[in-house]
Design a protein around this ligand. Structure first.
Ligand code: CA
Length: 234
């Protein structure tokens, strides 16, 4: 079964209409009416896509869009009363995949959602989104945020996934803790470079046969870490 589409909208009447149209087009839906609720549901459901209203009671949809994009690479369609070109461009800069101004036609919304999903599917089948290492032992799917180890799915947190992806993007290259912190946690965590150690430790428990003699996540003493897996040729 496909994951649901997350509808983030505090206007319950509008949310009901969007839900009815999406379900009429055979999508499953979940609804959130606040930023807080949206983040919880997005983390729990890893939605197929997010329909995002920008005016929310407990925060801005723009910030939520950024947080959602950090959580997973879901397509986001912004739905908003804001209509100036500048505001629209700001939405795209935050990673929105499409943008609709209220009052919006629910039928058009369904069409745009399908178009956005098609674009994502195309990227999903491109080799860049899936990387396999050590003869298929470790496989990373960067669009679905999934890891499999020896064919079995491994459950990791979004931070652990980003950390592994950052390291595996350049096998054999040493990354300093600072570099990893800014790539994985963002600039606001600069100076907390030891927090990376805790995430590495957890990842080793999940993906290494012997976490004390890691095959993939090696410590470079006094510097940081490197990914020692070998990328499989296609
Ligand atoms: Ca609203």
């Amino acid at each position: 079964m496909l994951p649901p589409v997350l509808i983030v909208e505090d206007d319950t009447k509008l949310a009901r209409i969007v839900k009815a149209y999406l379900e009429g087009a055979d999508f499953r839906t979940v609804h959130a009416s606040t930023v807080g609720e949206a983040l919880l549901k997005a983390e729990a459901e890893l939605p197929l896509a997010v329909i995002l209203d920008l005016g929310l009671p407990d925060g801005s949809g723009e910030e939520l869009c950024q947080s959602l994009k950090e959580l997973g690479d879901f397509p986001v369609i912004m739905l908003t009363a804001k209509s100036s070109e500048e505001e629209r461009l700001a939405g795209f800069a935050l990673g929105a995949d499409d943008y609709m101004v209220k009052p919006a036609s629910p039928r058009e919304l369904v069409c745009r959602l399908k178009a956005v999903l098609k674009r994502y599917d195309r990227t999903l089948s491109s080799p860049e989104s899936v990387a396999s290492f050590n003869d298929g032992l470790l496989v990373l799917n960067s669009l679905r945020h999934q890891i499999t180890l020896d064919g079995a799915p491994v459950s990791v947190t979004p931070t652990e996934f980003k950390l592994l992806l950052a390291l595996a993007s350049a096998p054999g290259r040493t990354f300093t803790r600072d570099e990893l912190v800014s790539r994985v946690l963002g600039y606001q965590f600069e100076g907390y470079d030891r927090s990376i150690d805790a995430h590495i430790k957890n990842l080793r428990q999940k993906i290494e046969k012997d976490p004390r003699a890691p095959e993939f996540l090696k410590t470079v003493y006094g510097v940081g870490y490197l990914f020692a897996g070998e990328r499989d040729a296609l």
